[in-house]
Design a protein around this ligand. Structure first.
Ligand SMILES: Cc1cc2nc3c(=O)[nH]c(=O)nc-3n(C[C@H](O)[C@H](O)[C@H](O)COP(=O)(O)OP(=O)(O)OC[C@H]3O[C@@H](n4cnc5c(N)ncnc54)[C@H](O)[C@@H]3O)c2cc1C
Ligand code: FES
Length: 260
């Protein structure tokens, strides 16, 4: 059973009318958290809400998450002020594995850019060659682009509106890459389901390893309630698929094993 921590909001950086980066004190999560893992945070609603860890500061014992307003829970979290206290479970889930990776390509969209930031930071600190491709709706929506530019020289943006970077979505950028650009590349993707599915198909067509972080609706966050199951191929078990819990068995899965 994961321990519940009482944590305090120590910094709130407003990125836009519906989006902020929140930093909390919690030495345990700061110490243990790794890219692709998430926390389950209390809010005004009965159930906690899951958020990918955006970064940790081990020296100061803090971790940060990026939150976008969706419904009542995120609205309440975004309305909180520095000094407010929350309870939290974490770090949860399996996270990404960086073992043996030669060239990393991180692809983010929507609120997926927050956990992608943590992976980019890890790659930078561990000298893993890394390209980041973030898809945004428009320039006004291109949160953290300056922060990404600082930690990743090979950083690319696409916007639906076409007012920054490549016009279109991340696929419009990926399709410009040749096999020479993709030698020994592993992809990690966090974003809307349709984006992760399209990138997975593209990665498969180029023979690339690809991992996705599934953002299913969650409740307990620790594998007990089965709210968050997704279908994962299970040919080796003699079955078409098995149900896996995104919170406990994931949220990171091999893209080619996911039944979308
Ligand atoms: C592993 C994981 C990591 C996440 N990381 C982040 C993050 O870094 N930043 C961030 O802002 N959000 C993140 N989310 C999504 C976030 O948890 C939801 O937006 C939040 O729970 C919605 O709560 P709410 O009370 O505001 O909305 P609710 O009232 O619960 O829902 C409002 C609407 O949003 C939809 N919705 C709720 N949860 C999800 C979900 N998980 N995926 C898609 N649609 C949903 C509902 O179907 C409903 O239509 C993550 C989710 C998961 C599972
Ligand atoms: S959220 Fe309860 S099992 Fe995953």
């Amino acid at each position: 059973m994961k321990e519940e921590y009482t944590i305090q909001l120590v910094k709130k950086e407003v990125l836009g009318p519906t989006c902020s980066v929140l930093t909390f004190t919690c030495p345990q999560i700061a110490e243990e958290g790794k890219p692709g893992q998430f926390v389950n945070l209390s809010c005004a609603c009965f159930l906690r809400r899951p958020f990918g860890i955006m970064c940790v500061d081990r020296a100061n014992g803090t971790f940060s998450i990026g939150v976008r307003k969706v419904g009542k829970g995120t609205e309440a979290i975004l309305a909180s002020q520095v000094g407010d206290k929350f309870t939290c479970l974490g770090p949860l889930g399996n996270g990404f594995s960086f073992d043996g990776i030669k060239n990393l390509m991180l692809i983010g969209g929507g609120t997926g850019i927050f956990p992608i930031y943590f992976a980019a930071q890890y790659a930078d600190e561990n000298h893993i060659a890394c390209k980041v491709v973030n898809g945004y709706r428009s320039k006004a929506d291109a949160f953290l682009s300056d922060d990404f530019s600082k930690i990743c020289k090979d950083f690319h943006i696409t916007t639906d509106a076409g007012d920054l970077g490549v016009k279109g979505n991340v696929m419009n950028y990926l399709e410009t890459l040749t096999d020479d650009d993709l030698v020994d590349t592993t992809c990690m993707v966090v974003g809307p389901g349709i984006m992760m599915r399209k990138v997975s198909e593209w990665a498969k067509s180029h023979g690339l390893d690809c991992y996705v972080s599934m953002e299913e609706r969650m409740a307990c966050g620790i594998g007990a309630c089965l709210v968050c199951v997704c279908k994962i191929k299970a040919e080796q078990e003699g079955k078409e698929f098995v149900h896996k819990r995104c919170c406990k068995d994931g949220p990171v899965f091999r893209a080619e094993e996911v039944i979308w």
